[in-house]
Ligand binder design. Structure first.
Ligand code: ZN
Length: 434
């Protein structure tokens, strides 16, 4: 069998992993865009159809771990190439909601229309349910991530077992399931090759707050600020729960969202009503005039996005409320509003600093801390190789406190390994690309 990291060995985002069996069956795990650089969309060589078709040659299926744009982004071109695409059911609903929302913007309409056509042909997989693509079998297992409905894949090919973690973490509300899942379902199957994300490798000295820590921080801010605007991802279910919890200090305080955020919250509630059932909200797009006086009187936590719609809404609210009681909570990666950071986004910075409100940063990573990466490597304890992906260039799994026998199994360059199965030698070729 062959494993090829087309992209992601030395960059965060845009990962593409190929698995090919000896019989020539071939699948890809994820096929996303390079992450944007500042305000600009990053160059991506797969915008070129020939380059994209080259990677898709003899590929029958693409399995997506989750809906983040650095994991799925070429769905229309891949659909046009006749390749079957697979994702979780809630992810598919959330993608459709996003694309329908994008239809409203003239500049995004064409690509959103194409994307919706492709999404109509997606197939849905389910947790712990094995699917077969020729001689390759794939079993998705749920993982906690800043995208809800994210999965790791256990893949069996030519008698070799490969675990592809996708993006994951253990400090979100569903993070406790990680250990149980690996120890009960995955480790007993004797994984040979572990392909794992390593986003946080360069940040090993950082204390990584949990979503529960963020709740406490948010509640502290709300105690002294009757009004709060919150800039966070509209599809990060954990983060929305975190800020919804600010109503604990005062149940009369309104939790306000717009129609798009409301639609995503309803998608989440409809599928995962155990943890996320508490997510009730007021829709400001539909009821602005009725809501405004109650928001002024009772206080509010309002989710916002950097868009002209929200600029107008905020401009209409600001004259009615006390600036000294108003907080702006920035709940995304700090680099986007840090002028000295490579990922600095001027438009986000301007949005955050538009008024003289007090600004708070309340955020934690959607990715595995170094401690979580270490635990996962040790629990899975792959017999042949650890292949790090979704990590910065120059970072190294060797700095983690792995069990001593695992240190020698970290694969950073292309290699050929062998496994004995019933007296037969099976070759596992690992090709490390970009
Ligand atoms: Zn992600």
């Amino acid at each position: 069998m062959k494993i090829k990291i087309h992209r992601g060995a030395n960059q965060i985002g845009g990962c593409i992993t190929e698995i090919e069996s000896a019989k020539g069956d071939k699948i890809l795990i994820d096929f996303g865009h390079n992450l944007p650089e500042g305000d600009e969309k990053a160059f991506d060589k797969f915008e070129n159809t020939n380059a994209l078709r080259e990677v898709l040659r003899r590929v029958s299926d693409v399995y997506y771990t989750h809906y983040h744009g650095d994991h799925i982004g070429f769905e229309y071109e891949i659909y046009k190439a006749g390749v079957t695409q697979h994702i979780g059911d809630l992810s598919l609903e959330m993608m459709k909601t996003l694309k329908k929302h994008m239809l409203k913007a003239d500049s995004l309409k064409a690509s959103a229309t194409e994307s919706l056509e492709a999404l109509e042909h997606f197939k849905i997989y389910s947790a712990a349910s094995t699917e077969r693509v020729g001689s390759i079998s794939i079993t998705p297992y749920y993982v906690s991530h800043s995208a809800i409905d994210a999965y790791m894949f256990l893949i069996e090919c030519d008698g070799v077992k490969v675990l592809h973690t996708g993006d994951f973490r253990d400090h979100g509300y569903m993070g406790g399931g990680l250990e149980k899942n690996i120890k009960a379902n995955i480790a007993p199957q004797n994984v040979d090759v572990l392909i794992t994300e390593g986003t946080m490798l360069a940040r090993d000295r950082e204390k990584v707050p949990t979503e529960w820590d963020l709740q406490e921080q948010a509640i502290e801010v709300m105690k002294s600020h009757k009004y709060a605007f919150v800039l966070c991802s509209s599809t990060d279910a954990d983060r929305i729960v975190t800020f919804k919890a600010t109503q604990r200090t005062d149940p009369k305080r309104l939790f306000v969202v717009d129609s798009y955020q409301g639609a995503q919250i309803m998608n989440i509630k409809n599928k995962l009503n155990v943890i996320y059932n508490s997510l009730s909200f007021n829709n400001i797009s539909k009821h602005f005039d009725e809501l405004l006086p109650i928001m002024v009187q009772n206080g509010f936590t309002m989710l916002v996005r950097n868009s002209s719609t929200f600029e107008r809404l905020i401009a209409a609210i600001m004259p009615k409320i006390e600036l000294s009681q108003t907080a702006f909570i920035y709940s995304q990666f700090s680099g986007y509003i840090d002028v000295n950071h490579a990922t600095f986004r001027q438009s986000t910075y301007n949005f955050v600093h538009k008024y003289d409100w007090e600004i708070f940063q309340i955020h934690t990573s959607g990715h595995a801390s170094c401690q979580a990466l270490t635990k996962v490597c040790n629990w899975v304890h792959p017999s042949m190789a650890i292949v790090p992906i979704h990590k910065e260039k120059g970072t190294d799994f060797a700095r983690l406190k792995l069990k001593s026998d695992l240190k020698g199994r970290i694969v950073a360059q292309s290699t050929k390994l062998q496994k004995q199965i019933d007296g037969q030698t099976v070759e596992v070729e690992i090709e490390i690309g970009e």
